[in-house]
Design a protein around this ligand. Structure first.
Ligand SMILES: Cc1cc2nc3c(=O)[nH]c(=O)nc-3n(C[C@H](O)[C@H](O)[C@H](O)COP(=O)(O)OP(=O)(O)OC[C@H]3O[C@@H](n4cnc5c(N)ncnc54)[C@H](O)[C@@H]3O)c2cc1C
Length: 248
């Protein structure tokens, strides 16, 4: 943002010298990621690979090695680029943001954290010190798909899903997407339609087309709204099929 002169801050707080914030650890049923954990550390963490493989898969699409070596997951979330992958991933994972200010701490669910384009629910005097992610239950399947101009570029459309199967029926589906508006969103209309349903590829394709027709995605020089709708209608069935396969 500073490079493009979109931001011209008069003061910069450098958190690089607070090593206590550089961690990825297991705390009971939760994975905690500190503010200074770099993308590269999260991507290569055995703990993340064991419990949050969807995050590792998503990281294949986030920027390039040089950026991932320097940028942090928490910084990425606070930046809240509307085409960023990790907001959608944290939303399906049911993550919470731990926000600290001098007078105390509060937690904000990822579903409430992203309030608009480059806007989050953190006050100017608050810092995101930790991301807390509940470990998914065993048997949870996931899917992640993205379309962008080149791998490593910001996404045109990203769709991510997690679900379980109970007696052959879809249970607790969580679906989120980026590229459809000013921020990542959970797609409750899709989740409601899937919840309790028997996995059926034809039905999911019809649902994807129906939901796509109601979307009003933004236009940009490289991708028009109709193409984003078409991408969503293509990627959603792939993501659900992958999640069902992994849940079996
Ligand atoms: C060439 C390039 C390609 C990229 N491609 C992608 C991509 O494909 N996908 C993607 O998701 N991202 C992409 N990014 C973004 C990148 O992944 C970083 O996440 C992003 O630049 C944030 O980096 P940072 O951690 O250094 O945060 P900074 O740049 O230092 O901060 C970003 C913003 O968040 C605030 N902030 C940072 N940390 C905190 C905190 N702990 N608490 C409160 N506020 C905080 C800062 O004040 C600032 O407003 C790309 C970046 C570049 C330069």
């Amino acid at each position: 943002m500073m490079n493009t002169r979109l931001a011209r801050p008069s003061r910069i707080v450098d958190i690089n010298r607070i090593p206590e914030l550089d961690y990825i650890r297991e705390t009971g049923d939760t994975i905690a990621i500190g503010a200074l954990a770099r993308h590269a550390a999260v991507k290569s963490s055995p703990l993340i690979a064991a419990h949050l493989p969807v995050m590792v898969a998503a990281y294949e699409w986030v920027a390039h090695a040089a950026i991932r070596n320097r940028g942090t997951l928490c910084g990425n979330l606070c930046h809240a680029d509307p085409a960023s992958e990790m907001p959608a991933v944290t939303q399906v994972l049911g993550a919470e943001m731990v926000l600290n200010r001098a007078s105390g701490t509060r937690r904000v669910p990822a579903t409430d954290f992203f309030t608009g384009m480059y806007e989050v629910a953190a006050a100017p005097e608050e810092m995101l010190t930790e991301l807390r992610i509940p470990k998914p239950l065993s048997g949870t399947g996931w899917g992640f798909e993205e379309a962008s101009m080149r791998k490593g570029d910001f996404a045109w459309v990203t769709v991510v899903a997690m679900l379980r199967l109970a007696d052959g029926h879809i249970a607790a589906p969580a679906v989120a997407a980026t590229g459809l508006g000013e921020r990542s969103v959970r797609l409750e209309v899709v989740e409601r339609a899937l919840d309790g349903a028997v996995p059926d590829a034809v039905r999911v394709e019809a649902l994807a087309r129906e939901v796509a027709s109601t979307l009003d995605p933004p236009s940009s020089p490289s991708v028009d709204p109709q193409y984003r709708r078409d991408l969503f209608a293509t990627l959603l069935p792939r993501v659900i099929a992958a999640a069902v396969r992994r849940a079996r």
